[in-house]
Structures are given as structure tokens and as C-alpha cells.
Ligand binder design. Structure first.
Ligand SMILES: [Zn+2]
Length: 137
């Protein structure tokens, strides 16, 4: 039997998950985010967990296509750093810009018991999870 609800995407970033949800809702695909309650109340908790974007099984394929081929709405995020950066290691296109150093963030939570956002300009490949510095800056 096919499952009724499937997870089509996982995120570490609550804002990204919300943006994807808005995108699917705009395409009239019912969806919900799971695992966001703890993150909403403990935002630094998001670094340790994943947020799942779920849709009905029958909508999954269409939803994935929408998320892989974002409408211009998505450009809000990418025009900040120009053309799409490709991963120099695996050539993957799923690259995110890390504005906050996750290492410093993680250590500050451990040592100081509070998050200490430390600016960082690094790209991280969501395919092979390697990071590298921006070429242009
Ligand atoms: Zn890569």
C-alpha cells in the first residue's frame, strides 16, 4: 500500500522550509511542515534537527518538480550573490550560502549556552556537504 503522506524535502533552515511551503501552496498543493514546533520556540535548536516538508503521496511528484524548478519568487535569495554557484567538488547545483558560521554557532551554544551568530561567507554543497569560500569576496 502506498503511504498517504510523504516527506519530499528536508531542511535545516526554518525560513527555507516556510518558503518552499508557500511555493507549494501557491501551486495549490496541500502541504505541511513537520518538526517545526521545537524550532519555533528554540530557534538555535534548528541546527541539530531537520524540518520535513510533507505532501500527500499523489502530489509528491508535482511538488518536487515545483521545488526543483523554482518560479522567479525564489530569486529573492539567489540574486544577492549573482549567478548560481556550482560545487567545485562534485558540480552539484544545490549550494547554500552560509551567512553564519555553523562551527562558531555550535561551539558558542556548547560553551556559552547561548548562540553567538558569527558572520561567515561560505558556500555549502547540499550534495556532498563540503564548504568553500566565496571567490568574489
Ligand atoms: Zn558537492
Amino acid at each position: 500500500m502506498e503511504p498517504d503522506i510523504v516527506t519530499i524535502w528536508t531542511y535545516h533552515d526554518y525560513v527555507k522550509a516556510e518558503m518552499a511551503k508557500i511555493q507549494l501552496e501557491a501551486a495549490e498543493i496541500p502541504c505541511f511542515i513537520s518538526g517545526d514546533n521545537a524550532i519555533a520556540t528554540n530557534w538555535y535548536y534548528s541546527i541539530f534537527s531537520e524540518i520535513e516538508l510533507c505532501v500527500k503521496f499523489c502530489d509528491a511528484q508535482k511538488a518536487i518538480e515545483i521545488l526543483k524548478n523554482p518560479e522567479p519568487l525564489e530569486d529573492v535569495e539567489s540574486d544577492e550573490h549573482g549567478p548560481i554557484e556550482l560545487c567545485p567538488y562534485c558540480g552539484g547545483e544545490d549550494v547554500e550560502l552560509q551567512k553564519i558560521s555553523r562551527t562558531v554557532f555550535f561551539l558558542s551554544v556548547l560553551i556559552l549556552r547561548m548562540p553567538l551568530p558569527f558572520p561567515s561567507k561560505k558556500h555549502r554543497c547540499l550534495n556532498c556537504y563540503r564548504t568553500w569560500r566565496l571567490k568574489s569576496e
